[in-house]
Structures are given as C-alpha cells and as structure tokens.
Design a protein around this ligand. Structure first.
Ligand SMILES: *Cc1c(COP(=O)(O)O)cnc(C)c1O
Length: 405
C-alpha cells in the first residue's frame, strides 16, 4: 500500500489513492462518501487535499468535546506512557476514579465497562435477564441499539435485522410514544424494556414525557428492568448531561458509549443499587475498563463540565433549530430536536441533499430515509452553525434527485 501510494500520488492526487486502497480492501459493509478525512480541530475537519469542512456528523456522536481536544489528547499521551493494558483481573487507579465519577453523575451505583455502544446494550440485556430470571424484552419501533446479535434483536429496522435472522428470541417492538401498546406488551414475563430517550438513527424522534415516565411506572408494576440507551444522547448532547434528566427519570440500567471518552472507544453499562451484585464470571471483556480509555473519559468529563457543554448544547441547539425553522422551503416538513441533536425532516429522500451539503463544506448525517441529522461537536461556534443554516437554505432552495448533482 505504501508503495502504491508513493508511486501514484503525483499523477492522481493523494485522496483518490487512499480512497481506492480502502475500497479494494473494504468488506463493503460501509457506504462511504468520496472524501479522505485526515485531520480535525474542534468542529472542523480537513481532507487529504486540504479542503475544510464544518462537521455535523461529529463522529456519529462520539466527538462531543471536539476533534483533537487538547485536554483529552494530553490525558491519552500521559496514560499511554504509564499503563495501557490492565484487565479487570486487577484493580486500577484510573478505573476507580472513573467508576466513582460516572456513578455520581448518573445517580447509578454499579458499572460495567466495555468498548462500544452495542456491547453496553449487550451487557444490559444479559444483566436484565440474569437479574429477573426472565427472558422477554420489549423495545420500540424505529429504535436503534447496535448490531451484535442481542442488541440487533432490540434494534427495529429490517435492513439491519433481516440478513441475520433468526435473532435472539424473546424480543418484541411496540410503537414509540404509544404508552398503551407498551402497557399491553409488558407482563410478568418481561425482563426489560429498552428505550432511547430521543431516537437517533430512527429519525431524531423525541420521547414524550408521559411515555417515558409511563414506561418507568409500567416497569415498576411488573418487576421489569427499565434500560435507557443513552449511547447517542449522553454527555451533553441534548442540553443536559444525560437526556433522562429532562424528564426526572431514573433508569434501572443505563447504556453509555459514543462521547464517553472523548472519542476513544469505550462503552459503559450502569446499574442502580437495588439490582444488586451479579455473580462472578457471568460477563467480561478483555479491553473493558482499560486505563487508556478511562483516562480519556476522565479528561473528557472534566472538559464537558468545565466548559458547561450541556448548557452550551441547550442554548446553541435552540438557536440552531429556530434558524432552521425559518428556512422557507417546500421541501421541508419539520425541524425537531433536543439540544444539539437536530433533525430536519424532508418530504423527499435525504441523500442528494446531504451530498449537496458536502459540496458546500458541511458534513451531516441521515436518520432514516428522509431526515437530515446534525450532531456537531458541542464546542461548535454559533458562527459555524450560522454557516450550516445558510448551506441548508441553499441546498433546500430547489429539488434534487438521487444520483443528481
Ligand atoms: C450508535 C448507537 C449504538 C451502537 O453503538 P456502537 O458503538 O456503534 O456499537 C447503540 N445505541 C444507540 C442509541 C446508538 O446511537
């Protein structure tokens, strides 16, 4: 690869070479945009040709503290020179500090550390089954919880599920925000109800207070565990440190990942005290709780708190949504969101508009087929968001067709 790159760069440009090399070796499971990102700072990204972008993908929600955050970078560098590997066969100083910090912050008591969102959900499902000695799990339509077999069984979208069936038995889905459907689905056989407070992948759908609080009540009545999946909504994204804090909710199990460690891979499953201790050896992870990720997470938490990123997300998010709502375009159906988790629902498929936004130097995400999703780093400047608004206004000024532009 190095040879191919060094011999061809002069003729076709570096970006194209990296792109071709990745394409040749990719399994194909990702559909990638034709751009090679090599550097980031705050809410900006640069490609291999030096072009600059405002980033509203935000590492799919993993970049709340901004790209190349100096505090996180320094913590990683220092920890890398001290100790990287330390499985949970041993205790560790960084892990102890993080466990105490996360429990205090969430109001939870016990913590399992892993390496991704899907693993955090996987652990939550296993713990709920173990603790209740029941097997049924109720999840929501349009919910997304990850892609390993357990988490995938809780995920709704057929395009992720169908190729891998049969999935784990015992899962069913009810319409999001439909409390009576949830009430009917939950019984004394139910181990857990798993919910997002705001559905991310499913279209930036906000949970209604009475649905979320009703779910809490229904779980209490049936002795089922309420699992909140805050993998995407956690760490300031929605304008509070955790989205459940908007609704005065207390989950029994809480799943975290994405921005937990400033962009370093990490996931966490937290449990409330009444669930008690689990038997030893029932679950584990080689990399889980490694000191490198723990140090990064501690630095990210310091940064989020010192810079009041949740409040910043609340204020900038409200302003951003209001500006977007002022765009007059017959293509637009609705602007919605919480904090800096923002969706613009179109009356058409979103892909060509996302491509057009990229031409304008703005990276954004889809959510479902027809929602533009913005998950900028929470350090983004108001002036940068103003540029995003202008670009959205421009690309929504005329209809675009798929494959066009
Ligand atoms: C991204 C996401 C996951 C899966 O996280 P991975 O780290 O990609 O495994 C699970 N739940 C929600 C709500 C997510 O947004």
């Amino acid at each position: 690869m190095v040879q191919m790159i060094s011999t061809t760069q002069s003729e076709v440009g570096l970006s194209e070479v990296f792109r071709q090399v990745e394409l040749v070796h990719s399994t194909g499971v990702y559909s990638k945009r034709p751009v090679v990102i090599v550097r980031g700072k705050g809410a900006r990204l640069w490609d291999a040709d030096g072009r600059e972008y405002i980033d509203c993908v935000g590492g799919h929600g993993a970049a709340n503290v901004g790209h190349a955050n100096p505090a996180v970078a320094q913590a990683i560098a220092e920890q890398a020179q001290t100790l990287i590997s330390c499985p949970e066969l041993f205790f560790n100083d960084r892990r102890a500090a993080l466990a105490e910090r996360l429990c205090k912050l969430t109001g939870m008591s016990r913590l399992f550390l892993c390496n991704s969102g899907t693993e955090a959900v996987e652990a939550a499902i296993k713990f709920a089954r173990l603790l209740t000695r029941r097997s049924e799990v109720v999840a929501c339509m349009r919910g997304f919880h990850g892609r390993t077999m357990g988490a995938l069984s809780a995920t709704w979208d057929k395009k992720y599920r169908a190729p891998f069936e049969p999935l784990v038995p015992g899962f069913r889905h009810v319409p999001y925000n439909d409390l009576s459907a949830l009430d009917q689905a939950v019984s004394d056989q139910t181990a857990a109800v798993i919910l997002e407070v705001v559905q991310g992948e499913g279209g930036v759908n906000l949970g209604k207070a009475e649905f979320l609080q009703g779910a809490r009540q229904i779980c209490h009545e049936h002795g089922a565990v309420l699992i909140l999946d805050e993998v995407q909504t956690g760490f300031g994204r929605t304008g509070k440190m955790f989205a459940f804090q908007h609704y005065g909710l207390q989950p029994d199990i809480l799943c975290l990942a994405k921005s937990i460690a400033g962009g370093v891979p990490m996931g966490a499953t937290l449990m409330v005290e009444p669930l008690g201790e689990l038997p030893s050896h029932v679950h584990g992870s080689t990399f889980g709780g490694n000191p490198l990720a723990c140090a990064a997470a501690l630095a990210a938490l310091d940064y989020i708190e010192e810079n009041q990123l949740p409040q910043r997300a609340a204020e900038l998010g409200a302003w951003f949504r209001e500006q977007l709502a002022h765009i007059e375009s017959p293509l637009m159906r609705e602007v919605r969101g919480l904090g800096l988790m923002v969706g613009v629902e179109l009356k058409q498929k979103v892909t060509p508009y996302l491509q057009a936004l990229m031409q304008e130097g703005i990276m954004a995400l889809p959510a479902g087929l027809n929602v533009m999703r913005f998950l900028p780093p929470l350090v983004i400047e108001q002036e940068e968001l103003a540029q995003v608004v202008e670009a959205v206004r421009k690309v929504l000024s005329k209809p675009l067709s798929e494959g066009g532009e």
